[in-house]
Design a protein around this ligand. Structure first.
Ligand code: NAD
Length: 423
């Protein structure tokens, strides 16, 4: 039977598996299978052309037992409520695993930003916030940028929210430009967190990261910084990278300036030229014989269909949902260490938490302090996950790292709900 790739069904399936392994209280399990609150908004916008268009927007506040809902807003032509629900569930587990005082949420608007001018984007962003109204805020629900939303969009949204509450509340949104108290370090915090995890995992595997070869799928915020930071911080050799058009592979390693030049001149990293460089498709890139594979683009890239052909030793899920449940099982059986998205890419929300803390206290940090704190939190999440995996192994139960991370997160959320008397 073909694998069901509906993201919310995948999220529920992962939750069900973890609940069974950890013997989660059935009442907690039932609460956590569905979002606490879903907002579906019909948003009319009088566009700069003079025409009025009605957009559909979503905000899902999945669980707020441990703190305000937290999660990005996506602007995407194929946005669906099920994608937003899945991402809001994963945000809940991500914040719980990092042990930061947030619940999980996510938002989205069905729209094609490539077909909109800047003025219309601003009008839509402001209208979305007016529709959310007091259902957001620094103690309620804190949005951030995500796919096709930017720090500029966050600044417009913040301004609109501040107009509603009639005062400045910078902690209502994160991922802002630094001019309106976004945080130093936030831009590359997702990839930086992933690199700290890579360093710890390499230590555990006794792999010399300086000698390791890496392939990265995606050349956006997550992928591009993962490329630059793995070279700069770890000294590894990135031999392949891709974008939506396809990828390039050079066994001698890739050069950033040339990659950027290729992207600018030809619209894709595939235009990269060097003595030994050759074009690869996105499918081929995933199957290259490298030490470390970093999917940093979109979901459902490694499935039951291709998992058996994956050859890396370590797989870092920097994108959200790049590996399906069927593929997770196959990779585990093959002995590939597949570290889950809500651990590997949690640097983004940890960075958002730091931004929120700075906004709420008015005490602003240097970048070095930001990175040091990020390193401490995400390295602990990695070791906590490995410790739970080892504890289960000692009891004769082999579980993969994703299940170990789920067990930590679900236990924390369930305990908070129990303490509050939700079950
Ligand atoms: P982005 O839009 O900046 O970049 C996406 C990249 O993926 C682009 O290079 C694009 O060309 C490429 N891409 C698109 N379709 C592709 C395909 N079919 N095959 C291969 N490549 C393709 O997005 P981003 O912010 O880098 O996010 C990438 C992933 O990381 C997403 O899953 C996102 O949810 C996740 N993530 C990002 C952050 C963050 O802070 N940016 C935080 C957590 C998780």
């Amino acid at each position: 039977m073909k694998e069901d790739l509906n993201p919310f069904k995948i999220a529920q399936q992962q939750l069900d598996n973890a609940a069974q392994i950890m013997d989660l209280d059935p009442a907690a399990h039932a609460i956590l299978r569905e979002p606490k609150r879903i907002l579906i908004m019909s948003i009319p916008v009088k566009l700069s052309s003079g025409k009025t268009r009605v957009f559909t927007g979503f905000r899902v506040q999945y669980n707020d037992a441990r703190g305000p809902a937290k999660g990005g807003i996506r602007f995407h032509p194929e946005e669906t409520l099920d994608t937003v629900k899945a991402l809001s569930a994963w945000m809940t587990w991500k914040c719980a695993l990092a042990n930061i005082p947030f619940g999980g949420g996510k938002g989205g608007i069905i729209c094609d930003t490539k077909k909109m001018n800047e003025r219309d984007l601003e009008l839509l962003s402001r209208a979305y916030v007016r529709h959310l109204g007091r259902d957001m805020g620094p103690e309620v629900d804190i949005p951030a940028p995500d796919v096709y939303t930017t720090p500029q969009i966050m600044a417009w949204m913040l301004d609109e929210y501040n107009n509603i509450v009639r005062h400045n509340e910078f902690g209502a949104i994160t991922g802002k430009p630094v001019e309106v108290w976004g945080s130093q370090g936030r831009m590359d915090s997702t990839a930086m967190g992933g690199i700290f995890v890579l360093r710890e995992a390499a230590k555990m595997l006794k792999m010399d990261p300086k000698k390791a070869t890496i392939a990265v799928q995606g050349f956006g915020n997550a992928g591009k910084y993962a490329y630059t930071l793995s070279k700069k911080i770890i000294g590894s050799k990135v031999v392949a990278i891709s974008d939506s058009e396809g990828g390039v592979y050079d066994p001698d390693g890739l050069d950033l300036a040339k990659l950027e030049e290729a992207k600018e001149k030809t619209g894709s990293v595939q235009g990269y030229k060097s003595k030994n460089a050759k074009k690869v498709s996105n499918e081929e890139l995933l199957e290259l014989k490298v030490d470390i594979l970093i999917p940093a683009a979109i979901e459902n890239q490694i499935t039951g269909e291709n998992a058996d052909r994956i050859k890396c030793k370590l797989l870092l899920e920097l994108a959200n949902g790049p590996v399906t449940p069927e593929a997770t099982d196959i990779l585990f059986k093959k002995g590939i260490i597949d570290l889950p998205d809500f651990l590997v890419n949690s640097g983004g929300v940890i960075g958002s938490y730091f931004e929120w803390v700075q906004n709420q206290t008015g005490d602003y940090w240097e970048t070095d302090l930001f990175y040091a704190k990020l390193d401490k939190i995400i390295s602990k999440s990695f070791h906590d996950t490995m410790d739970v995996q080892a504890a289960y192994a000692a009891k004769g139960k082999k579980i993969n790292p994703r299940m170990a991370a789920y067990i930590i997160a679900l236990d924390r959320v369930a305990k908070a709900m129990k303490a509050k008397g939700w079950y």
